[in-house]
Design a protein around this ligand. Sequence first.
Ligand code: FMN
Length: 326
Amino acid sequence: MAVIRFIEEPSERKRISRMILESLTKWFEVTESREQFIEGSADQLFWASFEDDIPTGFLCLKRTGKDTVELAVTGVLEGHQRMGTGRLLFEEAKKYAVSEGYSFMQVKTVRYGMYEDYDRTNDFYRSLGFKEFEVLEDLWDKDNPCQIYVMSLKNTVDVINMRHSYRGSFSSDPVPRKDLEIIATSGINAPSGCNKQTTGFIIVDDPEVLGKIKSVIDPPVAKTAPSMIVVVSKRINAYRDKCFATQDYAAAIENMLLTIVELGYQSCWYEGHITDDDRICDKIAEILGVPEDTDVVCILPVGKAEEEIKTPNKKAFEERVSFNHY
Ligand SMILES: Cc1cc2nc3c(=O)[nH]c(=O)nc-3n(C[C@H](O)[C@H](O)[C@H](O)COP(=O)(O)O)c2cc1C
């Protein structure tokens, strides 16, 4: 199984792309354009696949706009094709693009039906989920009509699977109000028992208020977060003596965590820490003027991650899921 690594060093990027592309002359026959790909790869986001520490393939991503990236070039040695390496490289790059908040990825190739080898390339991109966007007949030359493929990076299932609790440091960049409103709106739109809407949201982005909240969180968490959402809950019965306030705020929090990730930020569900015996939640409630009948139940920091997102172990699928019987 290939191992995928992100390559930082420009000269190493060029060495690997040269080694791979010079072996793939069916696709990269013209020396001038091949050299352009190799030269360009030095400054692009670059992932390489290795087997026994020997490069077997690579993929480059290029930022083309605020919300868009392009799969600029990819190649896998012929002896290693059709073994899932290209897909692994793509999944790594896509994971990065989603986590950085990009909305779309494009890729260009020669239109289907021109050459057998490029038809395989088209099949590969389609199998990854790319959709036909437009054919530009004259971008390259008339024998090589350019097919542009595009893919939305905002797939709910992807976002669910890549969300994890982030407890590292945040960049000091403020989170725009517009984004904080989108996040809180996702909380509002969560289901609630009998639609009692028992959950409320206090968006905190004023550095002074944020500072006061952070000063009562001991031991400290989310110390560098540029903003947070304080989740409050009112214990209103849904019917008879049934209160679903806990389920209501859990659904709202998960909606917000997913939206936070989709917008390119990170967070963590801090509930245990603030609702323990030392009742940090009550101190936060006092700072924010939350009334007596309403509980502060959770804080969600919101900001851009500065450190790696760690993936915790999850129990095996079979341990938690079964069909038709426990
Ligand atoms: C009800 C609840 C309370 C939580 N409280 C805390 C907390 O106080 N501090 C913390 O670091 N993480 C807290 N978490 C996050 C969990 O530790 C985390 O979701 C779990 O370890 C799984 O990791 P993942 O979110 O990365 O998948 C809480 C999660 C839930 C659902």
